[in-house]
Ligand binder design. Structure first.
Ligand code: TYD
Ligand code: MG
Length: 458
């Protein structure tokens, strides 16, 4: 095979250089030079065009619908949910996550049973065959169809997969350790990662085989070669969570065949990952009503309500600019909510540090969490616990108005299921089941809710 030539191009001004430099010689931009590949041009301009090159809508739609509605279900229900029902044949899925979070474990467990899949292949470029076998033994896996190999050469890997039947599942662990000798840069480099992914995508589409690629996340939280990889594949999943706690969350960032807002919850045990079928109960397991700075939030992840515990700590500081720090919640939003509290409710936080944490390693992106976050901050500032058995949800605007949130009925229902007695939400929230003994406190402005809370707190 002809060697692929590479050149170094500044992404700012387009200048071409023969070697990598930290600063572009022309426009002086730093870190803008990226290696690009020059593929040798085909000798002939006119390629052979197959007969079925174009498909008309009326001919193609039935076949396409059948292909995309038929999904292969794995034994792991939480994974099926995140994928929008199951695996679509011929798709390429990228599973990203920090090292040690459990990506290899999850994928090995997936390979035990997938409805209608013809063959299962697990290729590890990081571990030896014996290491994978030992892990499979630890997980008590039982699948005679499963083939395991250890290789880091993309051409050898693709060559070994040529005879695979349609609807097979191939796992490549991980893309950062695979390399092609056509490219001079080391494994993990952007050109290598991009080239190897493209080869795998071509292989998957041509042979109708599903390829699941593992990708490690870099320190700043993106998969190496970030955006380029994301648009090459059909589906991007992130496996995240706090390694010091047992819960792991599988989140979908992109899905060409389904929704992207579902999450799957797992817990890491001594014998692999186990599904958590009732995440609300799991995230609240350490909940103690009698602690100040703790509020329960009824959130929605995809189609599923999940209750979580929001913890705030407000402490005195002598530094001129007090700290606002959060884990699992957007820090800029926290700063905004603190400003609303100071301005609309006259709560003086100018000499106080505010720390926020979402228990269990959960990450909350919903604006509906505003009310719960603010309630936990007030509770901590006043050093009094919030009313026993209370749940909060509702977005808070800059004017201090509490705004309604979608799926409020499901949020209330989940809180009721878990034995909560009181819900604080927007005045525009639709009525909940009148026959239930749940008290719904409808709030118009954040000032009003502060008043109620202050009365309860005193
Ligand atoms: P692993 O799947 O190797 O992570 P990744 O592929 O994302 O780097 O998981 C490694 C961690 O999981 C390691 O700390 C050990 C732990 N683990 C268990 O707790 N139980 C198990 O049954 C297995 C297989 C791993
Ligand atoms: Mg691994």
């Amino acid at each position: 095979m002809a060697k692929v030539q590479s050149r170094f191009v500044c992404q700012e001004c387009g200048a071409v250089m023969s070697k990598w430099v930290g600063q572009c010689e022309i426009c002086k931009a730093w870190n803008s030079v990226v290696e690009e590949l020059d593929h040798p041009k085909a000798a002939s301009q006119s390629e052979h065009v197959p007969d079925d090159f174009f498909v008309t809508l009326s001919d193609g739609i039935n076949a396409a619908e059948a292909a995309y509605t038929e999904r292969r279900k794995t034994r792991i229900e939480e994974l099926n949910r995140v994928l929008g029902g199951g695996i679509v044949d011929g798709s390429v899925i990228l599973l990203g996550g920090p090292p040690g979070i459990g990506k290899s474990t999850l994928l090995l467990q997936v390979l035990t049973e997938i409805s209608g899949a013809s063959a299962f292949v697990y290729i590890s470029a990081e571990e030896s065959i014996n290491q994978v076998l030992l892990r499979a033994h630890r997980l008590d896996l039982n699948n005679d169809q499963l083939k395991i190999a250890s290789s880091a050469n993309i051409h050898q890997i693709i060559g070994s997969l040529q005879d695979l039947p349609k609807s097979s599942i191939v796992i490549i662990d991980s893309i950062q350790t695979i390399l092609s000798d056509l490219i001079q840069s080391p494994p993990g480099n952007i050109s290598q990662v991009r080239f190897c992914t493209q080869e795998l995508v071509n292989f998957a589409k041509k042979n109708d085989v599903t390829v699941i690629i593992v990708g490690h996340i870099t320190k700043d939280g993106s998969i190496a070669g970030p955006k380029t990889l994301e648009h090459m594949v059909d589906c991007v999943l992130y496996f995240e969570g706090d390694r010091s706690c047992d819960y792991r969350i599988l989140r979908c960032e992109k899905n060409r065949f389904g929704p992207t807002d579902e999450i799957g919850v797992f817990s890491m045990t001594g014998h692999g990952l186990e599904e958590v079928s009732n995440p609300s109960a799991a995230f609240l397991s350490g909940h103690n009503d009698q602690v100040s700075g703790v509020a329960v939030f009824s959130g929605i992840e995809g189609t599923r309500p999940i209750l979580s515990e929001i913890q705030a700590l407000v402490s005195h500081t002598n530094i001129a600019i007090p700290r606002r720090s959060s884990v699992g919640f957007d820090t800029n939003r926290l700063i905004m909510l603190v400003a609303v509290l100071s301005n609309r409710c006259k709560l003086n936080l100018s000499n106080k540090d505010v720390y926020l944490n979402i228990a269990g390693g959960l990450r909350i992106n919903e604006p509906a969490a505003d009310l719960a976050v603010m309630a936990s901050i007030v509770s901590s500032a006043m050093q009094k616990p919030l009313p026993k058995g209370s749940v909060f949800f509702g977005e808070v605007s800059l004017s201090g108005e509490v705004r309604p949130s979608h799926l409020s009925y499901a949020r209330c229902k989940e809180a009721q299921k878990l034995g909560f007695k009181e819900i604080y939400c927007s005045h525009k929230t639709e009525d909940f089941d009148k026959s239930s003994d749940m008290r719904i406190a409808k709030i118009k402005t954040i000032r009003e809710v502060m008043g109620i809370l202050q009365r309860q707190l005193s």
